[in-house]
Write a protein that binds this ligand. Structure first.
Ligand code: ADP
Ligand code: MG
Length: 242
């Protein structure tokens, strides 16, 4: 079964078409990169996946559950890190996570246990009592990943999670999320406009002006010369941000 199935998805903001006929499947336990220039429709797609915006055309299935027909089952299997951070900077890491757990109706004892486990897994066990404001950008992102994983979803969505980080933190975060796939079988959809966050072995989706213009193994899409930048530029008429 696919981790995620998107079928003929279309979405418009009023008269402005943001997604048209977008269809793809992602495989369980894989790191799938969704690459597209600014304005391609990546965040709009994430908003549809998380039901922030009601579906207009097409359907989405998470672990086989249709977002139209079985929204609760579908959403339970999704964890999301949005493009804009939604942490409260003046609360501690643990307080942010506890607040989220309470919102989702998680009993306190369960929440505390899950929070401890997730902070451990995100290598943040020592930071639980720190205010988020005291953390650097990369650590803040990992708090958001911990939060997204509290309810044990099977699919983790990250929308430009590395935006605003320095190059070293960007690489570290990208590696960190890859490790979740490799060692824990997590399915990941990683959106970015940055080519250097894509590796040859990744499953790659390229989105441009609301349409999916390529999909396949990144190494194969960049053939014959292995130059993904050239492929990307050819498909999107877009010079890339490095
Ligand atoms: P990306 O995340 O790939 O940068 P977005 O999904 O944010 O792209 O935007 C896709 C298109 O939809 C862009 O043309 C953008 O200007 C437009 N758009 C995004 N949000 C809104 C909105 N709230 N109202 C109107 N147009 C929007
Ligand atoms: Mg975006």
């Amino acid at each position: 079964m696919s981790a995620l199935e998107v079928e003929n998805l279309g979405f418009a903001y009023g008269a402005r078409e943001a997604l048209q006929g977008v269809g793809f499947r992602t495989a369980p336990g894989r790191f799938t990169a969704l690459l597209g220039p600014n304005g391609a429709g990546k965040s709009t797609l994430i908003a549809q996946l998380t039901r922030l915006y009601e579906l207009q055309r097409g359907d989405i299935r998470v672990a086989g559950f249709s977002l139209r027909e079985r929204p609760r089952e579908a959403l339970r299997r999704l964890g999301v890190v949005f493009q804009q951070s939604t942490l409260d900077l003046d609360l501690t890491v643990e307080q942010n996570l506890r607040y989220h757990a309470a919102l989702h109706g998680m009993p306190r004892v369960v929440a505390n246990e899950r929070i401890a486990q997730e902070l451990q897994r995100q290598h943040l066990a020592e930071r639980g009592r720190s205010k988020v404001r005291e953390l650097n950008g990369g650590h803040r992102r990992r708090v958001e990943i911990a939060r997204a994983l509290l309810h044990k979803p099977s699919l983790l969505l990250l929308d430009e999670a590395s935006a605003g980080l320095d190059p070293a933190s960007r690489r570290a975060l990208n590696e960190h999320v890859r490790a979740l796939c490799r060692t824990e079988g997590m399915s990941v959809l990683w959106t970015t406009h940055l080519l250097d966050e894509v590796q040859a072995d990744d499953d790659l989706l390229i989105l441009d002006r609301g349409r999916l213009v390529a999909q396949g193994r990144a190494g194969e899409l960049s053939a014959p010369d292995g130059d993904l930048e050239r492929t990307f530029t050819r498909l999107t008429d877009n010079p890339v941000a490095a």
